[in-house]
Design a protein around this ligand. Sequence first.
Ligand code: ZN
Ligand code: ZN
Length: 154
Amino acid sequence: MTTSRRTASTAHIDEGDTKRRERLAAVGLRITANRLAVLRLVEKAPVAVSHADLEAVLPQGFDRVTLYRTLDSFVEARLLSATVGADRVRRFSLLSGDPAGHHDHLHFHCDDCGRVFCLPAKPPRTPSVPQGFQVEGADLYVHGHCADCTLAHR
Ligand SMILES: [Zn+2]
Ligand SMILES: [Zn+2]
């Protein structure tokens, strides 16, 4: 009998997927195969990705509407940040760190790769508004060239 023999195949659990499951659970999203697949692709992308970019690399038959809904749910849960570039295309970038904590600091948007980075800086106070106005939120972001892109363009 060879039952005591350990084979390499016993260590076949995808470490990344375990992390992704935790990530989805942490923001209160139900774990589905589709969500895992989309998250996996966004994580692997070296730059911010658009719907079209993802559609091109998702397996055949992956529903377009599902992709839109999945991305929207990620943005809502603050797993991803969505930005609109100069070309008016919406692109998605992974937000790392505490998923609940992205309200209390500023973000840096790279004009080259489209990625969004958390900054260790507090957002400014919301200015006062005229009577009768209701503030729902204020978005200020810093933009420019990230460290990777600055190096690449030197
Ligand atoms: Zn960049
Ligand atoms: Zn953040």
